[in-house]
Ligand binder design. Sequence first.
Ligand code: RTP
Ligand code: MG
Length: 145
Amino acid sequence: MVKPDCVETNQVESIKALVNASGFLIITERMLRLEESLARNFYAEHSKREFFDDLVDFMTSGPVAAMVLQKRNAIAEWRELIGPTDPSKARVSHPQTLRAKWGIDTQRNCVHGSDSSLSAGREISLLFGGSRSTGKRFMRGVSRA
Ligand code: RTP
Ligand code: MG
């Protein structure tokens, strides 16, 4: 997912060019503005963290570009391409990553990546369909990471 900071600064096409150049196939995509309840649900794993309310405010502050990406070992490969959570660290240790190039700070870090195939199925359902079956359909045949 391209987060509101990078949608606002018109980086979606540049990011998609890198996504394609890195061997990912964009299976489907949509622009949407997250409702507060959806953002809370999407990041529910962080609901007890002190940054949670700020994160929800940020994620609902403007449109996001959500994509379902396909590649062998896609989850690890995508997280490799986006880089560490903190862009200032990414610029030192992983300068070729998306967060190094376009992230602003630890919160406004340009892109999201699912952290497991289970999360990916759940997140695809939240962003692309109303039921769990949507995520399951996209994840069918994907080996568990
Ligand atoms: P993401 O889930 O968005 O792909 O990012 P991530 O795995 O690299 O990092 P995670 O620990 O899951 O944190 C989720 C998002 O919360 C915001 N954050 N803010 N202010 C802070 O200290 C802080 N820490 C995390 C970031 O937007 C982060 O990507
Ligand atoms: Mg995460």
